[in-house]
Design a protein around this ligand. Structure first.
Ligand SMILES: NC(=O)c1ccc[n+]([C@@H]2O[C@H](COP(=O)([O-])OP(=O)(O)OC[C@H]3O[C@@H](n4cnc5c(N)ncnc54)[C@H](OP(=O)(O)O)[C@@H]3O)[C@@H](O)[C@H]2O)c1
Length: 348
């Protein structure tokens, strides 16, 4: 005989199968991609082992590329994008998570090869999830999102390379962006002397970045030119989100033994440089990937984020948008009209 609890669960399960929820679905149209908020049921979701009631997701440069139909970000169609989500487990076939558990998802090509967080409900592989850190709520988790988590991985990479707050100035490129602004806030909070590099069209963000802890600013035409093999030494460390000539100049301006944590391509994927900084100054260039980052390092980064990024900074960096506003803001990101980071309230 079924226990009351089992009858209840079956009831909820039955109800869920028919009840609709809102999802932003991207599909092929006559002239490119079409995106629309649609009613779905749980049975429309891919058959992964954990069903989640989603609270929030985020909007990043990568989704901007996807909605602009560039770089083939959306590998399957139709797809529910959203490379981040935070919410509560409703159903689980995994021994690692049970109904009621708060969880976070970042990356693992979710929102690209798998349906993602732009929906009120999502089914996700348990291997892709991590528990929400103690004392953190789902809104703070998505205030941070992949942008903040990647920034923390970059900071951990500099620390592991021996870059310390008293070792001299560090530079953050693309500082007005999602990853960049989080990196400025974390490094400043940890006591580093932070210089921010912003593009000419983001010069108006200096006050915003000062409030996050930036002490100085660089930028200008020379960052768009290929640097000399060895420029004057300026930086003990760097977080680069831009790539191209900006990364090449950062490397040529590194102090002896300095380290660059490179995670982005916002300015371009090309990189023209020489071996000189590496063989004459012992500079190290370390790549940072958040998408396939192993579980232990991912959890370590989130435990750091629970204490090393001030709530006040997160409030300054973030704005919250509704689900049906995502396509509009995705275009704004690609047009360079967004400062900081965007959270998507999938229930608004
Ligand atoms: N490795 C990983 O796991 C990982 C994770 C997250 C993000 N990323 C990558 O990191 C990069 C940043 O992501 P995001 O979400 O922070 O993007 P975002 O919010 O669009 O920020 C990018 C910033 O870079 C600036 N920028 C672009 N070209 C520049 C140039 N030539 N010189 C100076 N500034 C320049 C942009 O300013 P303008 O708009 O004025 O150009 C913008 O402020 C992206 O390439 C993204 O794909 C990688």
């Amino acid at each position: 005989m079924l226990s009351l609890r089992q009858v209840f669960k079956e009831g909820v399960r039955g109800m869920m199968k028919t009840e609709t929820f809102r999802a932003l679905v991207v599909d092929k149209g006559d002239t490119g991609l079409v995106a629309a908020v649609k009613p779905l049921t749980v049975s429309d979701l891919p058959d992964e082992d954990v069903l989640i009631q989603v609270d929030y997701s985020t909007l990043n440069y990568k989704e901007g590329l996807g909605f602009a139909n560039r770089n083939k970000i959306f590998r399957i169609l139709p797809i529910v994008p959203g490379l981040d989500l935070a919410g509560t487990v409703v159903e689980s076939k995994s021994c690692r998570y049970k109904p009621g558990d708060p969880v976070i998802l970042n990356g693992w090509s979710v929102g690209e090869r798998y349906w993602g967080g732009y929906a009120q409900m999502a089914r996700i592989k348990s291997d892709f999830l991590i528990p929400l850190p103690k004392g953190m709520d789902t809104l703070k988790a998505m205030y941070i999102g992949t942008a903040g988590y990647t920034a923390m991985l970059c900071v951990m990479t500099l620390e592991q390379a021996g870059v310390t707050p008293d070792g001299g100035p560090v530079v953050v490129t693309g500082a007005a962006g999602g990853v960049g602004s989080n990196a400025v806030a974390i490094l400043a909070h940890l006591g580093y002397d932070v210089t921010a590099l912003v593009s000419a069209r983001k010069a108006f963000t200096h006050d915003f970045l000062r409030e996050l802890g930036a002490k100085a600013f660089v930028g200008g035409d020379k960052w768009a030119q290929t640097p000399s093999p060895l420029e004057s030494q300026r930086w003990a460390g760097a977080v680069d989100t831009v790539g191209t000539t900006v990364l090449a100049r950062v490397i040529s301006e590194m102090n002896y033994g300095g380290c660059v944590a490179a995670c982005g391509l916002a300015g371009g994927i090309d990189l023209s440089l020489t071996v000189m900084p590496f063989i004459l100054r012992g500079v190290s260039l370390r790549g940072v990937d958040s998408v396939w980052c192993p579980y232990e390092r991912r959890v370590a980064a989130w435990e750091r984020l629970a204490k090393d990024i001030p709530d006040a900074a997160l409030k300054k960096i973030n704005r919250i948008i509704k689900l049906d506003e995502v396509p509009h803001y995705a275009a704004q990101i690609m047009a360079g009209k967004v400062v900081g980071h965007i959270v998507v309230d999938v229930n608004a």
